[in-house]
Design a binder for this molecule. Sequence first.
Ligand code: UDP
Length: 237
Amino acid sequence: MEKSELLYEGKGKKMWSVKGNDELLIAEFKDDLTAFNAEKKGNEEGKGALNNQISTAIFKLLKENGIETALVESISPTEQLVKKCSIIPLEVVVRNIATGSLSKRLGIKEATVLPFTLVEFYYKDDALGDPLINDEHAILLDIVQSEQDLATLRHLGRQINSVLQPFFASKGLKLVDFKVEFGIDKDGNILLADEISPDSCRFWDVDTGEKMDKDRFRQDLGSVKVAYEEVLRRILS
Ligand code: UDP
């Protein structure tokens, strides 16, 4: 598989077309780190390769558990071959424990274990700062066609959580919250797309409470790469 044309460069990945194949793309994971809608920028050598390995392992686990994903295979330390799909411009955030914007917005005490798994939708629009939206907004903006589509996305978010939460617990990590994105393939199937990595999840060490994710970068805690390496080590152990 040979890279052809750079189609899109996002904050964490570059997307390339594939020579002679218009059903697949190559996703190249970058070392760049951004936070707060890219107001804070950084770079951590080797982070792209770690996220590629972490996300590949997680997507494989989800596939084994019946979740359809856009991942075909990892083809180099920093690259994945993926199915081309049209990304639904929603960040589906799934939360088990309150922190981050949820605590800030609603005043829920940091680290409160939520009585149920909360699923939220944010509209992927950098210019608007990815606002939290409700179901009617999603339909009004033509992001999805029906309430049924939103119910499907909520259900998929919960299903992914029900696989990942016990998996990470068995590795000594609390899965606090995470963000997923979905795409629609040429046959109309909804696929899990993008990535699941410490850039898009919060993991707290079960014993020490230590943050093992991008909050280390957001909050200037240091040792970002060490934490990502430890997450990968535990996933593969
Ligand atoms: N998240 C993400 N990309 C975003 C916003 C959030 O991957 O653009 C993830 C984030 O890493 C966390 C979860 O979604 O695991 C919930 O994030 P939150 O809404 O609390 O946002 P933040 O506090 O990061 O602004």
